[in-house]
Design a protein around this ligand. Structure first.
Ligand code: FE2
Length: 280
C-alpha cells in the first residue's frame, strides 16, 4: 500500500491520517496474544512494591526512565487496592508495556519491520528512519486511565521535529472505550513544551507556550480494528478514560528521521550496546 498524493496532502494539512484496514485481523490477534503472553510471564512482585512503598515516586520514575531499552510493565493508576495489591490481577490491571518492544521481542520486531510500514515511512518523507519506541497499550475496561492532551514531540523531541507516531488499533476504538482525539491542523500550533532530564536528576517541563489547548477543536478518531492512525509528533491528541466493559488495545510505534539531532536530555535513552535501529 502506497500513500496517494491526496493522503499525503491530508496528513500535511491535518497532522494525522487514518488508514483503515492497514493491518490484517490475524496480525492484530497475534500481537494481542503475544502481549498477553508477556504479561502472563511477568512477575509483578517488585513493581507492585514500587507502586506501594513511600518511595514510589522516585522508584517508579527510575523504573520508567530506564525503560527506553527494556520491556517493562506499567499499571493503571486505578488498578490498585489500598493495600497495594492489584484489583483485577496483573492481566486486568496492566496499562502498558514499553518501551523497546519493537527491538527486544521477536513478534513485535517482525510486526514493526514489515515492508508496508517501511514504505509508509518513506512515503512520509522520513529518511534513514530509526525506530524509537514500541509500546503496547491496553486501555483496560472500567479502569483504563485518561491521557490528557499532549504532543509526542514533548516527550520524544528531535531537531528538526521529524517524528511520526504510528497507532495501530488492535481492537475497535470508539467513543465508548476511549478512542484517540486530535485537532485537525493542530500540528501547526508549534511545540508547547519539552519534558527534559534535569541536571538535579528526574524530569522537568520546559514550557514554550503556556496557553491551554483549544480542546473544543478536538475531534474523535473512531477507528475499526486493523486501522492505523499516523500522528505527526506535533499533533495535539488525547484519549478519555475507558469506563466501558470493552478494552481498547493498541500498539504504537514512533519513528524518527536518522539525520535529526536526538538530545541526551530526552527521557528515552538507549545503552551503547542497544542503539536505535531502522527497518533492517
Ligand atoms: Fe501520544
Amino acid at each position: 500500500m502506497r500513500l496517494t498524493p491526496e493522503q499525503r496532502a491530508q496528513y500535511d494539512r491535518d497532522g494525522f491520517l487514518i488508514l483503515t484496514g492497514f493491518v490484517e485481523t490475524r496480525s492484530c490477534d497475534r500481537l494481542r496474544a503475544r502481549a498477553e503472553e508477556l504479561v502472563r510471564a511477568f512477575d509483578p512482585g517488585r513493581v507492585i512494591s514500587i507502586f506501594s512503598t513511600k518511595e514510589q515516586n522516585r522508584l517508579s520514575d527510575d523504573y520508567f526512565l530506564n525503560s527506553g531499552d527494556k520491556i517493562r510493565f506499567f499499571f493503571e493508576e486505578d488498578g490498585f487496592l489500598p493495600d497495594g495489591s492489584l484489583k483485577h490481577g496483573k492481566e486486568g490491571s496492566v496499562n502498558k508495556i514499553g518501551h523497546a518492544l519493537h527491538d527486544l521481542d521477536p513478534v513485535f520486531s517482525e510486526f514493526s519491520r514489515t515492508p508496508e510500514i517501511a514504505q509508509l515511512i518513506a512515503d512520509l518523507g522520513i529518511e534513514r528512519p530509526l525506530l524509537l519506541q514500541g509500546m503496547y497499550i491496553f486501555k483496560q475496561p472500567k479502569i483504563g486511565g485518561e491521557v490528557t492532551c499532549h504532543q509526542d514531540s514533548t516527550f520524544l523531541y528531535t531537531e528538526p521535529a521529524e517524528i511520526a507516531g504510528l497507532w495501530f488499533a488492535l481492537e475497535d476504538a470508539t467513543l465508548e472505550n476511549g478512542c484517540l482525539w486530535a485537532i485537525p491542523g493542530g500540528h501547526k500550533l508549534g511545540l508547547k513544551s519539552r519534558w527534559v532530564r534535569s541536571t538535579e536528576g528526574g524530569m522537568k517541563f520546559e514550557v514554550f507556550d503556556s496557553h491551554p489547548w483549544p480542546e473544543g477543536k478536538l475531534v474523535p478518531l473512531e477507528v475499526s480494528k486493523g486501522s492505523l492512525i499516523i500522528l505527526n509528533g506535533l499533533q495535539p491528541h488525547k484519549s478519555l478514560a475507558n469506563r466501558s466493559t470493552k478494552s481498547r488495545h493498541a500498539y504504537t510505534l514512533h519513528v524518527i528521521g536518522g539525520d535529526c539531532h536526538y538530545p541526551d536530555s530526552n527521557w528515552l535513552q538507549r545503552s551503547a550496546d542497544l542503539p536505535f535501529r531502522g527497518f533492517n
